[in-house]
Write a protein that binds this ligand. Structure first.
Ligand SMILES: Cc1ncc(COP(=O)(O)O)c(C=O)c1O
Length: 329
């Protein structure tokens, strides 16, 4: 199971210790606690944005659905890549939370045409939101320029932009841009900043850059059941995640492990996507498929012979070398 998913990994000790510290004594509930207040200030500093608002949630699915719902009316269209988690893996959560918006998977290389096609008809849905993922589901990374270009297409048509950042840390670690450059400065209105895959127990953070969206998000967050009474335990995870650059150190380690794995596998098979974050897609030759299938690495995004391997903050070189040795044998 070593490379099944970054969700199979454990938790950074610094985060567990922060949760234990937050358990002492009592604190105000529902997000009025000092840990959440400190987290807000830290996130404002990290993103160089004094007016952003934060909403900790337990899952990325909830974060995505709440964020999209806050920007999209029931008759709205949400455009995303055909690989997007919101399209393939969330059982219609964005549609449900928005009261019926239509998620439309497209080829993002044709974004302008796709929006204009739907927009000009006026009967399918009204273009309202562009949803992007960085790092992407296929392990590639948008640079600030690439992100800005896509956001500009949406913004020019009066649409909002949601960024699924389940692997945002891996994207920042990969391209070296600042968190601000890879979010609001490129045109992102709401980011869902992932923690769980990269060392948290269970914590994701909705970051709202446009203050005019914060009130609606706050109401949806509460109504959607994500305003935890003991919010300090979620916030403590995220505060420790951002302290001393733990989020970046973990992501750098995960990315480096993916490169090592891809370099080793590349001698035996085709790597089908550039490895820019912590996800590797490999076209596995028939005689090796049993090894990959038994390990549970099937992931039919690019065909039945392409398997997905994911590294994480706690992946060791020994795990990689053992798998490569088994493949070589
Ligand atoms: C790209 C992406 N977005 C969002 C999620 C959120 O997942 P969850 O709701 O399981 O936290 C995941 C998890 O696999 C993901 O890969």
């Amino acid at each position: 199971m070593a490379f099944h998913s970054d969700n199979t990994l454990g938790c950074s000790p610094e985060i567990l210790e922060a949760v234990a510290r937050a358990a002492a004594g009592s604190a105000p509930s529902y997000g009025f606690d000092p840990v959440t207040a400190r987290l807000r200030e830290r996130v404002r500093e990290l993103f160089a944005h004094d007016a952003l608002e934060i909403f900790p949630v337990l899952t990325g699915t909830a974060g995505n659905a709440l964020a999209i719902a806050a920007m999209t009316p029931p008759w709205g269209a949400v455009f995303c890549s055909g690989e997007a988690h919101i399209h393939r893996d969330e059982l219609g959560a964005p549609e449900f939370f928005s009261g019926g918006a239509k998620v439309i998977p497209i080829d993002l290389a044709r974004l302008a045409e796709a929006i204009d096609e739907i927009g000009s008809g006026g009967r399918t849905a009204i273009p309202a939101c562009l949803s992007l993922t960085n790092a992407t589901e296929s392990g590639t990374v948008y640079t600030p320029d690439a992100l800005r270009e896509l956001c500009a297409v949406a913004n020019a048509r009066g649409m909002r932009v949601h960024l699924d950042g389940a692997r945002f840390a891996n994207a920042v670690a990969s391209c070296g841009a600042s968190p601000a450059e890879l979010s609001w400065r490129a045109g992102v209105d709401i980011l869902v900043f992932g923690g769980t895959k990269n060392g948290a127990l269970a914590a994701e953070l909705i970051v709202v850059f446009d203050p005019s969206l914060a009130r609606e998000l706050a109401l949806r967050w509460h109504r959607g059941g994500h305003r935890l009474s003991k919010m300090r335990f979620l916030s403590a995870q995220l505060e420790a995640y951002l302290a001393d650059d733990l989020w970046l150190r973990n992501a750098r380690r995960a990315n480096a492990a993916a490169l090592r794995l891809a370099q080793g596998l590349g001698a035996l098979m085709e790597i089908v996507r550039p490895v820019e974050a912590n996800v590797v897609f490999a076209r596995v030759p028939p005689h090796l498929r049993a090894l990959f299938a038994e390990a549970g690495y099937d992931w039919p995004l690019f065909g039945d012979d392409v398997y997905r391997l994911v590294t994480g903050f706690s992946t060791t070189d020994a795990e990689i070398d053992a798998f490569l040795a088994a493949a070589a044998r």
